[in-house]
Design a protein around this ligand. Structure first.
Ligand code: 4AD
Ligand code: MG
Length: 476
């Protein structure tokens, strides 16, 4: 007999048929009702055993967390909460889970506790739902770009370059740290290292994506990126996944249109394809919000998602945003940790959230930032002070996308890398695309886990990636 997945059974039940279901026991009530989950859906199937007919020692093995195979007849359910159930003809315990030891008992566990048992948290409703939504979002990203004729490119994970120029890189080396080879000047001899030079894990695939875009037209990457920034926040990971489209002949307006369209597409995809999981996550969020003061509560999840899909993002320049922030109540009242006094200040998440959540109450795209607070590759504006940058700010999250039109003019780019102290020989290959057939182009990076935070309504980024990597934490 072939196993049927619980999602298939529930969506297309054949009353009276005999089925084989396999999964993990969530609960076993009254020595009679087994709730089984196999990961295919948030819903459990209820299997009803006749305890008088079964061996007591076998019944004892049906405990939360044990794995089970059940054969039985599909019937309409008498009880509340499910439309069908299985009347058990026979069952087999596939793997025991000692209730004295199994940490996931049917009660509420804190998200902090679940992080410590990340190897088992997939088995909870919350992480089951998040995992399925995560898959759907990965698929939506690829579908969006594929349908538009973009090519997916794999950019290197080990690289010699610092694409963002922020110096937040994880070093990659095979040198023996206890016994480093030295050269004649007494410095570490990098020629002895695996690649014969200094290498690190990539912070962004952008520079290589640009090379591909300047031949293939429109490309995107979707890969892991690594940042050794020591920020222990609810929105930063040391290892995260980023989607980076890059399009030849696009300017910043095209870039904003693409980013807005993509975000809306992915969110709509979740609404269309993850409904049951979203409804579960929405009730989880509502429950969590009950313990928060009124002004810190979020909109109901589904409402929030629909709101973003249905409304145009606000677009304004950094300079306009600074004026708004300067005049804002929290600034005047000294409530910002970083007061906004003058043009040129870098925006902190408190400022971004003020603009999105208080001032506009909509996603905001900020453009044309001061050149010195943005990366070297962004296209310089005629004012000489600002660059064609864009950041998309989302409610509850702050920055979800960062991007720009790229500097395509060789002479200006060369000047720029000089000001940023980037050795020309380290980016010779990047410069050559500006030397040979350069064209205007633009792209952006979407932090996949930040999108996941938004779509699932979770509040800590550690809870939307299976095995988070953060400062002092690389378990599993
Ligand atoms: O703004 P960032 O640093 O931009 C880039 O890396 C560009 N190369 C993108 C491009 O133009 N192709 O990062 C892009 C996005 C951010 O907006 C944020 O969503 C996410 O990546 N991000 C992080 N997500 C989780 N943890 C971190 N430490 C992150 N740092 C950035
Ligand atoms: Mg950024």
């Amino acid at each position: 007999m072939k196993r049927i997945r619980i999602s298939d059974l529930i969506s297309n039940p054949k009353i009276g048929s005999e089925v084989l279901v396999k999964g993990w026991v969530r609960t076993f009530r009254s020595n009679r009702f087994i709730a089984i989950n196999d990961g295919s859906t948030i819903n459990n199937i209820q299997a009803v055993v006749d305890f008088e007919k079964e061996d007591e020692n076998q019944l004892k093995r049906i405990t939360t967390g044990s794995s089970i195979a059940v054969i039985g007849e599909v019937v309409e359910s008498q009880g509340k909460g499910q439309s069908i159930e299985i009347v058990v003809k026979s069952f087999e315990i596939l793997g025991d889970a000692n209730p004295e030891e199994f940490p996931l008992q049917p009660k509420k566990h804190s998200l902090e506790f679940l992080r410590e048992i990340a190897h088992l948290r997939f088995r909870t409703n919350t992480f089951g739902a998040i995992s399925r939504v995560r898959h759907a979002m990965i698929f939506a990203v690829h579908k969006f770009f594929n349908d538009k004729g973009f090519y997916n490119v794999h950019t290197p994970i080990i690289t010699g370059s610092d694409a963002e120029g922020a110096g937040e890189m994880f070093r990659v080396t095979t040198l023996d740290l206890e016994n480093l080879p030295k050269n004649e000047q007494g410095k570490i001899d990098l020629k002895e290292d695996f690649f014969g030079k200094e290498t690190n894990l990539t912070v962004s695939g952008q520079l290589e994506a640009e090379l591909a875009a300047l031949a293939l037209g429109q490309v995107y990457t979707f890969g892991p990126t690594f940042r050794a920034e020591n920020s222990n926040t609810t929105r930063h990971l040391a290892e995260f996944w980023m989607i980076e489209p890059e399009v030849a002949f696009n300017d910043l307006n095209d870039n904003m249109d693409l980013a807005e369209e993509m975000l809306k597409y992915c969110i709509q995809y979740a609404l269309d394809n993850c409904w049951e999981d979203l409804v579960f996550l929405a009730s989880r969020l509502e429950e969590e919000d009950k313990s928060k003061p009124q002004d810190q509560r979020s909109l109901p999840l589904i409402e929030k998602l629909k709101f973003v899909v249905d409304n145009e993002f606000i677009r304004l320049t950094y300079t306009e945003a600074i004026e708004i922030l300067k005049r804002s109540k929290p600034n005047q009242k000294g409530q910002f940790k970083y007061p906004i006094n003058e043009w040129g200040a870098d925006l902190q998440s408190e400022h971004e959230r003020f603009l999105v959540e208080k001032e506009f109450k909509k996603p905001v795209i900020l453009t044309d930032y001061p050149a010195n607070i943005k990366a070297f590759y962004m296209r310089q504006n005629d004012d000489g002070k600002t660059v064609r940058a864009m950041d998309i700010l989302f409610p509850g999250i702050g920055e979800i996308v960062g991007g720009s039109q790229r500097e395509e003019r060789l002479d200006i780019l060369k000047e720029k890398i000089k000001t940023f102290n980037i050795p020309e020989e380290s980016v010779w290959w990047y410069l050559e695309t500006r030397k040979f057939g350069t064209v205007p182009h633009a792209g952006f990076g979407l932090g996949f886990e930040r999108l996941m935070l938004f779509v699932t309504g979770m509040t800590n980024i550690r809870d939307v990636i299976p095995f988070p990597r953060t400062p002092k934490n690389a378990e599993f």
